[in-house]
Design a protein around this ligand. Structure first.
Ligand code: G4P
Length: 283
């Protein structure tokens, strides 16, 4: 699988994150609710050990609600705090404030015992590219938040966003790479649009999507495109091209157009709320 990451990038990103980890109490990790494991970085648990951990299941507006619910239970069982989120909307943000405090309860308690009062929790946002880190920081922190840099006790050059009297957020998110060497993960990342479309075979990708939908979400293709789901994937793509009048010059059917349409409608949520990973399959 092609990706924009190179070993040099990865080493640098990891080293940067190791440094940043020294400054914080809480790791706020964004994952994509449609592929909660595939959108994680394999090293994050090691990097974030001994820190409070909050997982935000972002883009939950696009994921299957039932699966998101199961994934949250899955993460909570493993000791993370977890919240579902649509980072573009302010409405989910209240729950996060409360969850941050819960996740940091131990640290707050420890401070209190040592006689340290009212030291804000310091947090950093991490995640793979395109998972919604900037959107989250913008929505959550907004423009009104004061930036506090270079003050005593704050490492030079680091900018902190004061979210409220209890929480400060490092203003630049940590970017890590996914497990893109895993074929299944690579496929899922491509389907949700996390890998540049120019380097992908879109026809092949749309056939994979058709196969997944047929198996996991029977009825979706039939309902949306009026196609017969009993056919195999290439025949379904052909039917979509016909039904949606995807034509080249000379009235020849255009598979490429149909493939792009299908992927677009999946990614935008027009096909409904669909998850690609299922906790019971234990990916
Ligand atoms: P990053 O910093 O982690 O790289 O991600 P970023 O915030 O840039 O978000 C990547 C894309 O995902 C953006 O779309 C953003 O609007 C979208 N996004 C972020 N959070 C959510 C969410 O909870 N739900 C949905 N449906 N989309 C979300 P874009 O196409 O790059 O830009 P635009 O469409 O916003 O212009």
């Amino acid at each position: 699988m092609h990706f924009q990451w190179y070993p040099g990038h990865m080493t640098k990103a990891k080293r940067q994150m190791q440094e940043d980890m020294k400054l914080i109490d809480l790791v706020i990790e964004l994952v994509d609710a449609r592929i909660p494991l595939g959108s994680r970085n394999p090293d994050i648990d090691e990097l974030g050990r001994n820190k409070a951990r909050l997982i935000l299941m972002n883009k939950a507006d696009l994921a299957d609600e039932r699966q998101t619910e199961s994934w949250m239970a899955y993460f909570r069982e493993k000791g993370y705090f977890a919240v579902r989120l649509d980072a573009r909307s302010k409405s989910g943000m209240k729950a996060i404030g409360a969850e941050i405090m819960k996740a940091c309860q131990e640290k707050i308690e420890r401070d209190r015992k040592r006689g340290i009062k009212n030291r804000p929790v310091r947090a950093m946002v991490v995640g793979i590219p395109n998972v919604g880190k900037s959107t989250f920081i913008n929505t959550y922190a907004g423009k009104a938040c004061a930036k506090t840099g270079n003050k005593p006790g704050v490492t030079k050059g680091k900018q902190w966003i004061k979210l409220n009297k209890n929480v400060e957020l490092l203003d630049t998110p940590g970017i890590l790479w996914p497990k893109f060497e895993d074929q299944q993960v690579g496929l899922h990342l491509a389907l949700i649009g996390s890998i540049k479309d120019e380097i992908l075979n879109m026809d092949e990708l749309s056939l994979e999507l058709i196969r997944i939908l047929k198996e996991k979400y029977p009825g979706v293709l039939g309902e949306r495109y009026g196609v017969e789901e009993g056919q195999d994937a290439p025949e379904i793509l052909l039917s979509v091209a016909k039904k949606r009048n995807c034509l080249k010059k000379g009235n020849e059917l255009d598979y490429g157009k149909a493939a792009a349409l299908l992927l677009d409608e999946f990614r935008s949520g027009s096909l409904g709320r669909i998850s690609l990973e299922f906790p019971e399959e234990g990916l």
